[in-house]
Design a protein. Structure first.
Lengths: 370, 419
């Protein structure tokens, strides 16, 4: 790094990183133990040592566009071996949070998501929206056996609300990713999008499906297992949702579906995977390895939202089987609210990592940065 | 004024303790030295050369030993430990436990006992690089020049081959531990240091990767009275190393190990580079460092080594040490923070620059005093009439130990005189 550069520290950014879990950032004395003990770090310009000094200097622009912050899976090996307790793993987590905020629109929503004092306000939005839909177009306590579509009809109400939320999230993500790619694809690893893009995408998809990179972690190896369970749960439930849509729109098959229906053979294992995975996440984070912290508000917000989705979803099924209508319908309402929260705020919460990390991983493949 | 008022106890017979004892005794005080090992001279005896003048240890120690021999005011106990201290400034009651040496003053160091001794022990003086016999002389210039029998491995009277072989009646396998009580007016604590246990650093390969040695083992290899008679040879096959890596801050300045800097390890590695380069003009050395600490006038020595074209300085801490598959070579990994790229280099020998642990980390003194988390004595917590010297307070070099020893002698004398 011989080129001359004028450092313009962004003091606010440094404070942000410190408050978002990287409070020990300034303890770093640049010994580079972290870059070497990291099993994911490439040989050429490895991370996270350089990120630590950039963060220390407040070089926000350089950090948010840095693909390496996403190549980090927070294995914790750097944090475990850091001689100064500077916690590079936590610092990079905090930088990712800032990067998500940086590439999301509108920024104030991202700021609200990162601030616990707005949490009730954020929950209130889907609570009122879905509550109003049920109030005006559905029924809070339908008669007869528990059939959730009696509470609010899938078409047009549920579909409209949720496809709307998803479309909004996709649009915000699209804008963010395009801006990110623009910032990302510069020297020293500028790549041209040619025929090998799809090959790179396929390889990244494979890496993600099997968590190939995540499973190279040593200190937090357990984290890769719980994350994989949550991830596979979501993949399964995504397929289930698409499947259910085909029942609704193409085959006009009414829910609820019988336990003998193949859709349930995927839905139930996926739900169990999600529940089990998120339970492991919560349990492991409560007993972090030595040197590591329990995680930030940003981490926990997503964990609790996913837990809420999983628990209310599973309860809906159980309560329906038990025929407890007075509990089943409110639970379904809460399930809709938590799913909406997950979808609608995805570009601002830690959920956004899936989009930016995948982008960075594809870029790294194309740039042969491994 | 009682005779006790003129007596000083010095715990530790290394460079700090010897200096304190000699300066005090030569100023008219009576001194008792209590040393844990079977010889005086401490860690300096294990060095090949020591700063600032790069003398061999005998150079400085021999004169001290002669001063002790000719001074009737100094009494010393080796293989001894202070087990109890009571009383206060001017009137301390001290209990000393002396372990049996099994060899008396008749010993002329003829080596007959070692020749017939059937039992081997790990040679702790050489940091485990070789073995010696259960009946042994710690090293050729040991003072007192008397053999020792290691009772942790000796077969005792059932064997007694040494007793038969000794023509001077110097061996007494029935020798018992002794308890000695002395009354002193002042006490100097000079317990010294131990080398950090490198096996605790799981990513630097010590004990698991062949040809990864400690800096003190390097001193023993380079030392003419060491296991290789002064030739630096790698332990696995006795080959002369052509490439040697020096890993600085191995466990030092690291809150997982020793959070402090041990002051002299950078200079020790630079010095060891000169051992290597003097032995083999073709040998190459690489020093991996966070920052080279060459305090005060040592800076010039650093420049000299830095300017050697066969010496490479890489700014980045080594965080991974592994065996090259199928060979006895060692792969060292670091990030060169100047270029920003990872370096993965293969070496014949890797030397870990390990830090100092105060002796009081493992063994607390029989005094009601406070220690830092790392085991260093906190001087402010010492009662009147008790003074700490040298590496018991913080890591330092020999020159500073000598200065501190002189200072402690003055303090002890003032304490005695003030009564």
């Amino acid at each position: 790094m011989a080129e001359e550069m004028v450092v313009k520290p962004d003091i606010e950014f440094i404070k942000r990183i410190q408050s978002a879990g990287g409070e020990s950032l300034k303890k770093c004395f640049q010994c580079a133990t972290c870059s070497v003990v990291c099993n994911l770090s490439p040989d050429s310009r490895p991370f996270p040592r350089k990120e630590m000094i950039w963060a220390s200097w407040g070089l926000k622009d350089q950090l948010v566009r840095d693909p390496d912050i996403w190549l980090c899976h927070f294995c914790g090996d750097c944090t475990a071996y850091c001689p100064r307790g500077a916690k590079p793993g936590e610092v990079l987590g905090a930088v990712r949070q800032v990067a998500i905020e940086h590439y999301s629109t509108p920024t104030f929503l991202a700021e609200m998501v990162n601030d616990p004092k707005y949490l009730l306000f954020l929950i209130a939005f889907p609570l009122i929206l879905i509550g109003a839909a049920i109030h005006y177009f559905g029924n809070f306590s339908p008669e007869g056996p528990v059939v959730y579509s009696k509470m609010l009809k899938p078409w047009p109400y549920v579909d409209f609300i949720f496809l709307g939320a998803a479309a909004y999230a996709v649009a915000v993500f699209a804008k963010g990713v395009m801006a990110y790619w623009q910032d990302l694809n510069v020297n020293p690893w500028k790549v041209r999008l040619k025929e090998n893009v799809w090959l790179a995408v396929a390889e990244v998809v494979k890496d993600i499906l099997f968590h190939n990179r995540f499973r190279k972690c040593t200190t937090y190896f357990n984290r890769s297992t719980s994350h994989l369970l949550v991830f596979l749960g979501f993949v399964g439930l995504f397929i289930v949702t698409a499947w259910a849509s085909s029942y609704e729109w193409i085959f006009h098959k009414e829910s609820p579906y019988a336990i003998t229906d193949p859709i349930k053979w995927l839905a139930i294992p996926s739900a169990i995977s999600l529940l089990w995975g998120i339970w492991l996440v919560i349990r492991d984070r409560q007993n972090p390895p030595e040197n590591a912290g329990p995680g930030s508000y940003f981490d926990w917000l997503l964990i609790w939202v996913i837990a809420a989705v999983a628990v209310t979803g599973a309860l809906c099924l159980v309560l329906r089987w038990m025929g407890l209508a007075t509990l089943a319908y409110p639970t379904y309402y809460l399930h809709l609210v938590s799913v909406f929260f997950l979808f609608f705020y995805a570009p601002y919460t830690k959920m956004a990592h899936m989009v930016y990390r995948a982008t960075a991983m594809i870029y790294a493949k194309l740039a042969e940065r491994e | 004024m009682t005779p006790n008022d003129r007596k000083i106890l010095v715990i530790g017979g290394g460079m700090s303790g010897l200096t304190t004892a000699l300066e005090a005794a030569e100023s008219g005080a009576q001194v008792v030295i209590v040393e844990r090992s079977p010889y005086l001279g401490g860690r300096v005896t294990q060095l090949n050369k020591y700063f600032p003048k790069l003398c061999p240890p005998t150079c400085g120690l021999e004169i001290n030993f002669r001063r002790i021999k000719t001074n009737p005011d100094i009494t010393f106990y080796t293989q001894a430990e202070v087990t109890q201290i009571s009383g206060q400034e001017g009137n301390f009651d001290v209990t000393i436990k002396v372990k049996p040496r099994y060899v008396n003053d008749n010993c002329v160091a003829c080596n007959k006992c070692a020749e017939v001794c059937p039992v081997e022990r790990v040679n702790d003086f050489n940091y485990g690089l070789d073995k010696n016999k259960a009946a042994y002389l710690p090293f050729d210039m040991a003072f007192p020049l008397k053999y020792v029998i290691d009772d942790s491995v000796c077969l005792g009277s059932a064997c007694a081959k040494c007793v038969e072989a000794c023509t001077y009646n110097a061996i007494d396998l029935a020798m018992q531990p002794q308890t000695i009580n002395v009354k002193v007016g002042a006490i100097a604590l000079a317990g010294g240091w131990d080398l950090y246990d490198a096996t605790k650093i799981d990513n630097l390969g010590f004990g698991t990767v062949k040809n990864v040695i400690s800096n003190m083992q390097m001193e023993r290899l380079a030392s003419p009275n060491g296991p290789t008679e002064g030739r630096i040879l790698r332990p696995s096959d006795g080959q002369e190393p052509k490439t040697v890596a020096f890993v600085q801050c191995a466990g030092s300045r690291d809150e997982n190990h020793l959070p402090y800097c041990s002051y002299i390890c950078c200079m020790a590695s630079l010095k060891q580079v000169t051992y290597l380069r003097e032995q083999d003009p073709e040998a190459k050395a690489s020093i991996f460092y966070i920052d080279i600490r060459s305090p005060g006038r040592y800076e010039k020595f650093y420049w000299k080594v830095r300017d050697d074209e066969n010496v490479q300085l890489i700014r980045g801490k080594v965080a991974k040490v592994t065996q090259e598959p199928g060979t006895d070579k060692v792969i060292v990994e670091a990030e060169d923070t100047v270029t920003g790229d990872k370096v993965r280099q293969t070496f014949d020998l890797v030397v870990l620059a390990l830090g100092m642990v105060p002796a009081t980390k493992a063994m607390k003194l029989p005094l009601n005093i406070s220690y830092t988390e790392d085991g260093f004595v906190i001087p402010a917590s010492l009662p009147p009439g008790v003074y700490a010297v040298g590496s018991l307070k913080s890591p330092l070099d020999v020159a500073k130990s000598v200065q501190e020893g002189t200072g402690a002698a003055i303090k002890c004398l003032q304490s005695l005189g003030g009564r």
